[in-house]
Design a protein around this ligand. Structure first.
Ligand code: HEC
Length: 145
């Protein structure tokens, strides 16, 4: 086999490999329920109402499993590093609306502060930090229900 032929064959093989890898990795990607506009709007809502506790990138508190001096838990990260993805949409929406009072939590209620649309956009914003794998887990646990 001459060199040119070998190189051509290798390139063809590589191309097929690349195509099949792309097809496999793409299987896991689920379309999201929200639009880019909602994420953009949610960024403002989140910065103005949530970031002081949950961090601007929804990354706080890193040490969220450790109780505070008063026995309560600190705000958990809302990216995919804690367990926000365990809760289906209706539960996330309810926590944000009513706060933590119903389960002895410290989270303030937002029902008199934010509209349902603004709450939706805040959810879209912190979900935009979820890797596809975790978004998939969320869908399995109820997702947009
Ligand atoms: C004053 C601090 C504070 C602010 C402001 C705040 N939170 Fe929280 N949040 C908490 C705390 C503390 C918890 C943990 C549960 C509890 O104590 O109620 C929590 C829990 C949550 C949870 C449940 C997470 C889980 O994994 O169970 C969600 C969702 C959430 N907050 C969203 C928001 C959003 C969205 C905003 C802004 C609209 C916001 N929070 C503003 C303190 C805050």
């Amino acid at each position: 086999m001459n060199t040119t032929k070998t190189i051509t064959l290798s390139l063809v093989a590589l191309l097929f490999l690349a195509i099949s890898l792309f097809a496999v990795s793409n299987q896991d990607v689920q379309p999201r329920w929200y639009t880019d506009e909602q994420v953009l709007k949610g960024k403002d809502v989140f910065a103005n109402n949530c970031a002081s506790c949950h961090g601007y990138q929804a990354e706080k508190t890193i040490d969220w499993k450790k109780r505070l001096a008063d026995g309560s838990y600190p705000p958990p990260p809302l990216n995919d590093k804690a367990h926000a993805w365990h809760h289906p949409y209706s539960q996330l929406h309810r926590i944000i609306k009513n706060g933590g009072a119903s389960y002895d939590g410290k989270m303030p209620p937002f029902k008199d502060v934010l509209t349902d649309d603004e709450i939706d956009s805040a959810i879209a914003y912190f979900q935009s930090f979820w890797r596809d794998k975790y978004y998939g887990y969320w869908l399995e646990r109820g997702g947009k229900n």
